[in-house]
Ligand binder design. Structure first.
Ligand code: T3D
Length: 267
């Protein structure tokens, strides 16, 4: 039986994924990244799941790449050929980052403690990011002679602007959750004792919303970053046209008129 490096729980329409190597601050090994990818694929393919919630076990969200993982750990032995860590990115981090950004349901990160390196950028790539007051975000890459990966070079300037993005990336300093919120890096900070319940309540709320419209919104915003204003307006119109033919629009308007709770079902 392989070690359960990702704990999976189903809470109604919410699939909770918990990174589960607390003794190593949920540092990411190849095996763990494989299980996480598999868990995301499974949630994406499950018609009952309408929101994914990702958090960490123990006192950390994730310390990023496990630096002792034989797939990447450098050797001082001159007889051992250096490892190509680009291979790890190609095979694990790029598919993971793309999968997160293209999930057919919204994805919430509940950052329960430190999130460093790829662990930080995995969280920042989610749709909504909540953090405990004691959590922190560290672009740890420069400290070990690397550059931000797992989407960091793309996400950071878009979230906080070039000046702050470069400050975070070049210095690699710890950013407290409250400062991350102030900078616009994350959505919300909560008292530690309230994070888990608040994140689950938010995930349940999203699960009851029109999933297809939420996912199209994420996609339209990511696409709009590449477009001029007029092209973005036209893209909005084309997408809105499709949503206007979908069940959830009919249901949303009917529920509003009937003064009742809508029951959305599109995905
Ligand atoms: O290499 C590639 O594949 C390219 C991809 C790179 C992606 C990346 O993520 S690069 C960045 C990797 N992450 C880091 O550099 C962060 C390293 N960790 C830290 O800086 C600190 O641990 C933290 C700031 C995250 C937390 O500090 P603290 O003082 O709260 O805890 P600690 O004592 O440093 O760590 C606790 C244990 O977790 C400790 O093990 P021990 O001594 O109790 O047996 C520590 O070694 C282990 N741990 C923490 N981070 C990692 C780790 N083990 C392996 N890899 C880690 N990244």
């Amino acid at each position: 039986m392989p070690e359960q490096l990702i704990q999976i729980e189903q809470h109604g329409a919410v699939r909770l994924l918990r990174l589960n190597r607390p003794e190593a601050l949920n540092a990411l090994t190849a095996a763990m990244l494989g299980q996480l990818r598999h868990a995301l694929e499974s949630a994406a393919g499950d018609g009952e799941t309408r929101c994914v919630l990702i958090t960490g076990a123990g006192r950390a969200f994730s310390a990023g790449q496990d630096l002792s993982d034989p797939h990447v750990a450098p050797s001082n032995d001159p007889g051992v050929a250096p490892k190509d860590i680009g291979h790890m990115l190609d095979h694990y981090y790029i598919p993971l980052a793309l999968r997160l950004r293209s999930m057919p349901v919204p994805v919430v990160a509940a950052v329960n403690g430190v999130a460093a390196g790829a662990g930080a950028n995995m969280a920042l790539g989610c749709d909504l990011v909540l953090a405990a007051e004691s959590a922190s975000f560290i672009q740890a890459f420069s400290k070990i002679g690397l550059l931000p990966d797992c989407g960091g070079t793309w996400l950071l300037p878009r979230l906080v602007g070039r000046a702050k993005a470069l400050e975070l990336a070049l210095l690699g300093d710890k950013v407290k959750a409250v400062d991350a919120e102030r900078l616009g890096l994350i959505s919300r900070v909560l008292p530690d004792a309230e994070l888990a319940d608040a994140a689950m309540a938010l995930a349940q709320k999203l699960a009851g919303m029109p999933t297809r419209a939420l996912v199209e919104t994420r996609w339209a915003m990511d696409e709009a970053l590449k477009l001029d204003y007029e092209s973005a307006l036209k893209r909005e119109a084309a997408l809105q046209s499709q949503l206007g033919f979908a069940y959830d629009y009919l249901e949303g308007v009917a529920a509003f008129m009937d003064k009742r709770k809508p029951e959305f079902r599109d995905r």
